[in-house]
Design a protein around this ligand. Structure first.
Ligand code: C2E
Ligand code: CA
Ligand code: CA
Ligand code: CA
Length: 279
């Protein structure tokens, strides 16, 4: 096999070698991705479960490399995290989102809040909050227009250092969403400590909603608990009408998923979802 001949040694697993090479290549290329204009932000609508009216957008990073093609975030985000490149990328995404917001606002379009994803690694930067505040101030855009999405896994393992950061974000006016809720830890204790506004139910629950009674029971319980704490609930990964119907019955506030629309370019998003302000 060609793969085995390449490393000249049958004992060495060619699969692992290829994976390693690919990772190295992505890592090298990723360092240039910002300066070479290969990164783009796409936007996915989050709509009211009842009315379909757009309530928010999630900013999702896209990397279009001239020879490697579209590299999925599931492949390059972990590499960006490991290498620390995520620090630059994270700031770049926020800048991009803020200037998009400013541009839409300057044309008097009604724009809902935009959510950006924050990696665990970004919490380690001592200037995280200051740099986010500066980016928003310079854009200029209002912090209330930005939702910061954090995952349970990124925030749970170091509550003592993450909690003050979240309070600083809140003090500035950012809103906070817990992403992928229910996927991993779900230690409910921190739910009362964290200053959160939005809870996003992980797509694994939504995907099993109609086939697994337990998933349905848990989803309903999460929604009721979140409402008891005055949080908005977003169900992500909604792909089928049946899922949407169930989520409506359960009083889920907002839905996001391919059934409504996939992430799309700013132009496409604008033409489908943003309307001019009424005077
Ligand atoms: P996430 O934050 O959980 O984002 C939701 C993912 O689900 C996105 O994948 C989105 O395209 C996908 N999705 C949306 N609707 C559906 C659906 O109906 N069914 C299914 N199966 N999937 C759906 P994407 O864009 O490939 O991003 C993957 C992950 O990469 C994100 O998961 C997030 O953790 C990370 N990511 C993306 N952009 C950024 C970023 O700017 N910064 C950071 N730190 N992470 C990012
Ligand atoms: Ca997210
Ligand atoms: Ca998620
Ligand atoms: Ca995720």
């Amino acid at each position: 096999e060609a793969k085995i001949r390449k490393c000249g040694c049958q004992l060495f697993d060619p699969g692992i070698n290829d994976t390693f090479q690919r990772k190295l290549e992505l890592e090298n290329e990723l360092r240039w991705a910002i300066s070479k204009n290969q990164l783009h932000v796409h936007y996915q609508p989050q709509v009211q479960a009842g009315t379909g009216q757009v309530e928010g957008l999630e900013a999702l990073l896209r990397w279009n490399h001239p020879t490697l093609g579209q590299v999925p975030p599931s492949e390059f985000i972990p590499i960006a995290e490991e290498t620390g490149i995520i620090m630059d990328i994270g700031r770049w995404v926020l800048k991009e989102v803020c200037s998009q917001l400013a541009q839409w606002h300057s044309r008097t379009l009604n724009v809902p809040p935009i959510a950006v994803n924050l990696s665990a690694r970004q919490f380690k930067a001592p200037d995280l909050v200051a740099s986010f505040r500066d980016i928003v101030n310079r854009a200029p855009c209002h912090p209330g227009q930005i939702v910061i999405e954090i995952t349970e896994s990124s925030s749970m393992n170091d509550i003592d250092s993450v909690l003050p950061i979240l309070h600083e974000f809140k003090a500035i006016g950012f809103r906070i969403a817990i992403d992928d809720f229910g996927k991993e830890y779900s230690a409910l204790g921190y739910m009362k400590k964290f200053p959160i506004d939005i809870l996003k139910i992980d797509k694994s629950f939504v995907q099993e909603l109609t086939s697994d009674t337990k998933s349905a029971v848990i989803t309903k319980a999460i929604i009721d608990m979140a409402h008891g704490m005055n949080l908005r609930v977003i169900a992500e990964g909604v792909e089928y009408d049946e899922q949407l119907a169930d989520l409506r019955t359960m009083n889920c506030d907002i839905v996001q998923g391919y059934l409504i629309d996939p992430p799309m370019s700013p132009d496409m998003l604008e033409s489908r979802y943003l309307t001019g302000a009424c005077f």
